[in-house]
Design a binder for this molecule. Structure first.
Ligand code: 16G
Length: 245
């Protein structure tokens, strides 16, 4: 990809030069979205730079969102995601939304179990002092791209055994006539912190949408309290408005 001569002529700190060279290779198309970067050790021997300098240059590009690092598999040129238009007025599940688009669904589990509720969960779900909650935390991916982190909490009356949810929460609930029929959703903007950005494979600080959903049965009982972080670069939310009274 590079040679020591690329560095001899140019002024400035070496890691910045490497950062600029990789950036130029991306904008010229020599490195394509999704391409892997040679391993650190190989870049160091190609360029004659130390591994520490290579790491610094690569990290700067990871921080800027031009490269992504996947644990165990290496460093890649960031892929642009196709934006999805999502209707805000329909009470659908992630699985249904993706199926309607003919896209696959993959979920990476972060947590699935029964826990003592946090004060926020107690408030949202109207729990008593000794109640517990079922928690489902997943990175929701489609066609291999992580799109959202979802943290769903349900009273045990709605989901006594969280291990029953293997694919779709709404499918599991529907099988027991507990599918929500109404929900209140709140949206707000956020900059993704390093951990969440890592899970979504984007640069830390990138824009995200925080969505909170409280969903209910026809009886008024709360079914789920879900806090999600959606990638800001992957979604357009759309809603139809009607003239007021
Ligand atoms: C949606 C819902 C989430 C629900 C999930 C169930 C939003 C913001 N969130 O992603 O509240 O828990 O679907 O999906 O729309 P599943 O049935 O595929 O597990």
């Amino acid at each position: 990809l590079f040679s020591p001569e690329d560095f001899e002529a140019s002024p400035g700190p070496l890691y910045l030069q490497l950062q600029r060279l990789i950036s130029e290779a991306i904008s010229s198309g020599r490195l394509q979205p999704g391409d892997s970067l040679p391993p650190e050790r190989e870049l160091a021997s190609q360029t004659g730079l130390s591994r520490v300098t290579v790491r610094k240059g690569v990290q700067a590009l990871v921080g800027a969102g031009q490269l992504v690092q996947r644990r165990g598999s290496g460093t890649f040129v960031t892929e642009k995601v196709e934006r999805l238009e999502q209707a805000l007025s329909l009470l659908t599940s992630f699985t249904e939304d993706m199926a309607r688009r003919g896209r696959s669904v993959e979920s990476r589990w972060l947590a699935r179990g029964i826990y003592a509720p946090s004060p926020e969960e107690i408030m949202a779900l109207g729990l008593g002092a000794n109640d517990q909650v079922s928690r489902l935390e997943r990175v929701r991916c489609s066609d291999g791209t992580p799109l959202a982190i979802e943290r769903a909490s349900l009273p045990l009356a709605m989901l006594a055994d969280p291990a029953q949810v293997t694919r779709s929460l709404y499918e599991t609930l529907a099988a027991r006539d507990l599918r929500p029929v109404r929900a209140v959703q709140r949206l707000s903007a956020t900059n993704l912190g390093p951990v969440d950005a890592g899970l979504l494979q984007v640069a830390p600080g990138q824009a995200g949408l925080r969505i909170e959903r409280l969903s209910y049965l026809a009886t008024g009982q709360v079914v789920e309290f879900t806090r999600s972080l959606y990638r800001g670069d992957a979604y357009d939310f759309a809603v139809e408005l009607k003239i007021g009274p």
